[in-house]
Design a protein around this ligand. Structure first.
Ligand code: ADP
Ligand code: MG
Length: 699
């Protein structure tokens, strides 16, 4: 395999356009892509034809507007290129209009009441900033045109539209900041994102024997295997042959799609792995992450595997997340989050950092909300992922800089020291500015922030929409103030000091998994929002509404509708899990245990008949123990059925979501407990589904 030959081979990228489009058309497309504006229909027609010709050469038969509705996933409807046959012959066609815009029935996508069901029109519109690509699927090769998705009245029905608005807002406000520091050349600022993606792989045959994996993507029952992750032998361990073959294919498929899959390794839990691409512009990173998830699932099936993207497929071992690495760059090449070798003297960096701290502290609840979903509730705060409390880790070097600024003390010299291992044949290293802290949700890592809360199955669009918007607001506040200042440097230093002093409480360098931090965070007044249902309303606080309206990201109506969509999504997610548990308990576990109890009783009677004085205490004890857990399971099943039915009868979306969390989730736990205990007692031949050991260690 020659990477350079296959990389991007299925992408209608800049170099393909340069080769295939007339110069003036290419220039106009580039101009609009970089700086916004409208392309004319003449240009659109030329681009569409070139795109279609290129795609057909790649074997494409259909095109689709590829969009990201509020389901968290992607959506596509394929249209073939063929036209009405004339004299029995058809031509292949993609018009400019078809490229730019699509009209579809939006009524089956979540809209949270934005659109009455009778008004069903939705429109998809070409997002020129993310390149079109050909996806090779079993149903054919499909030309995918990334689009946004809006209602007839222009309200956003997707996760992309607000992200693009937020990127524009960030660009505009960032330019105001760099202008203050004398950069007159920059014309655009961008958020850059690299999303590390964690996932599990399990054997497909075994997967198909578990309804919980099929319907919910996670196990709802399962006793711990004798071995978990305690030996820490999986993390960065040697990759198993079958998994390695999967990774090789995955890389090839991702590279064809222009996704820079770069790192691959085993993660902490058995059967858990990670892939990370090289970072790129935020909206492209969002698209590529969606494509990466889809490709992982597809490639896994070719290897008799299933890729689990759920945040917590197995209780008792680590779940999966998605570290969202984020930075801001300007088109003159500068990364605003790069502290340089002397952060203590880097005023622009200090201002940027102080604004980010202000943004995160002011909107901590909103940032937390951006990473909430049903699965992530099982992960955040579970001593393996960041806690549900937002805090920022900066490391010793920057902390010292901030302390000095706040306290007016003098700055000490750069503390970066050399690391000498003492082994004479090993080079002496220069240490990073800070150590790592893996227990923090928002960590500064050299020249970027790493937001670690996002769940592995989730889109990274909402998190980046929030990040870009809250930082745009802090930049805007700073620019409003500093543009008026008579003495810029003094005013700037004063603003930096104020921002740091007022928002220093958000910095925490200690153990984010500890109980002390929970107490300390409460003392500092930082929000601790452990569950999705409590995080959702953060989207609709007066502060959030004002923020999003100010930067034209969302209208108030759009925000309320999104809250409703999220509440509904939560309720539906838990309901599916509850129904699956009822199904598995009734159809699999309880009948299996009854069979086993019957077998035990029969053999007990046989032994007694054959030898009345034989010691049958083991059988009797087991029979009693299993029978009593069977009763507990049966009662818990009945209770779960009842509370689920009662909860489903509710009408208010928020109240219903709360009832699912407060009534149904505990009833699910109560059913799981006896079944998991039974798993450890019942003869394996009777157990109806593969166990944790089977799933995690036999890949
Ligand atoms: P770490 O080991 O600290 O997690 P890596 O270098 O492995 O850092 O990077 C992890 C992810 O962060 C990768 O996807 C990488 O491309 C991305 N990344 C690196 N630099 C930046 C940056 N300036 N902005 C955004 N993402 C970045
Ligand atoms: Mg990382």
């Amino acid at each position: 395999m020659n990477i350079t030959q296959i990389f991007g081979s299925n992408v209608f990228n800049e170099s393909v356009m340069r080769d295939r489009l007339p110069r003036d058309v290419f220039n106009e497309v580039m101009e609009v892509k970089e700086h916004g504006g409208q392309i004319s229909m003449r240009i659109a027609d030329i681009v569409a034809t070139a795109m279609k010709d290129w795609a057909v050469e790649k074997g494409a038969t259909h095109y689709t507007h590829w969009f990201q509705p509020l389901t968290g996933a992607t959506a596509e409807k394929h249209d073939s290129f063929i036209t009405y046959p004339v004299e029995g012959k058809t031509l292949l066609q993609l018009t400019g209009k078809q490229l730019i815009m699509g009209e579809s029935d939006a009524s089956s996508f979540p809209s949270g009441g934005l659109r009455a069901t009778s008004y069903a029109r939705g429109y998809t519109a070409w997002d020129m900033t993310s390149p079109a690509f050909v996806k090779e699927m079993s149903c054919g090769n499909i030309l995918c045109i990334p689009t946004i998705f809006v209602s007839y009245n222009g309200e956003a029905l997707d996760t992309k539209t607000p992200l693009l608005h937020a990127m524009e807002a960030l660009s505009e406000q960032t330019l105001r900041i760099v202008r203050l520091f004398g950069n007159t050349k920059a014309t655009k600022a961008s958020a850059f994102v690299g999303a590390e993606q964690e996932y599990f792989l399990v054997d497909r045959e075994k997967y198909l024997k578990r309804r919980d994996l099929i319907y919910c993507g996670r196990t709802l029952f399962g006793a711990p295997a004798p071995k978990g992750q305690e030996l820490e032998d999986q993390y960065f361990g040697v990759i198993r042959e079958r998994v390695g073959a999967f990774m090789k294919d995955l890389n090839e498929e991702l590279w064809k799609l222009g996704i820079t899959a770069t790192t691959q390794h085993n993660e902490a839990a058995p059967a858990q792995h990670e892939m990370a691409p090289i970072y790129c512009v935020a909206n492209v990173a969002v698209d590529q992450n969606q494509l990466a998830m889809e490709t992982m699932k597809r490639v896994a099936t070719h290897h008799g595997l299933v890729c689990l993207l759920h945040e917590k497929p197995f209780a008792g071992v680590n779940g999966s997340g998605k570290h969202n690495n984020w930075s801001i760059g300007v088109d003159t090449g500068e990364n605003l989050l790069s502290p340089g070798s002397h952060p203590a003297d880097n005023l622009q960096f200090q201002l940027v950092l102080s604004c980010i701290l202000k943004a995160v502290d002011t909107h901590a609840g909103l940032l937390r909300q951006s990473a909430c979903n049903v699965g992530n509730d099982l992960r955040l705060g579970a001593q393996e992922a960041p806690p549900a409390i937002i805090s920022v880790f900066l490391g010793d070097e920057l902390d010292a800089v901030i302390d000095n600024i706040v306290n007016g003390t003098s700055t000490s010299e750069n503390t970066r020291i050399r690391l000498d291992s003492g082994v004479s044949t090993v080079p002496v290293l220069t240490k990073d500015g800070s150590d790592r802290n893996r227990t923090t949700p928002f960590a500064f890592t050299s020249n970027k922030f790493e937001f670690r809360m996002v769940g592995s199955s989730d889109s990274i669009a909402p998190a980046n929409t929030v990040l870009n918007t809250i930082v745009a607001e802090a930049f805007c506040d700073a620019a409003d103030q500093l543009e008026q200042a008579e003495d810029f440097e003094t005013a700037c230093r004063e603003l930096i000091r104020t921002n740091f002093a007022e928002h220093q409480r958000i910095i925490f360098n200690g153990d984010g998994y500890s109980e002390e931090w929970v107490q300390e965070a409460a003392r500092r007044g930082l929000p601790n929002i452990p569950s999705t249902v409590d995080a959702i309303p953060m989207l609709c606080t007066p502060e959030s509404i004002a923020l999003f309206e100010k930067f034209h990201i969302f209208t108030e109506a759009e925000l309320h509708s999104r809250c409703d969509v999220l509440y509904e999504g939560y309720s539906k997610g838990i309901n599916i899990e509850a129904q699956t548990m009822l199904h598995m308990a009734s159809k699999h576990y309880i009948p299996a245990v009854i069979n086993y109890v019957t077998e035990l009783a029969t053999s007990l009677n046989q032994v007694k008949a054959a030898c009345p004085v034989a010691d049958t205490s083991v059988q009797e004890q087991l029979l009693c123990q299993v029978s009593s857990l069977l009763t507990e399971a049966s009662n818990a099943r009945a209770h779960l059925e009842q509370v689920t039915a009662e909860t489903n009868a509710m009408t208010d979306v928020a109240a219903m979501a709360h009832a699912f969390r407060n009534q149904v989730v505990p009833a699910m736990t109560a059913l799981r407990s006896p079944i998991d205990q039974l798993e450890l007692l019942v003869n394996k031949d009777y157990w109806p589904v593969p166990t944790y050991g089977d799933l995690m260690f036999e890949v």
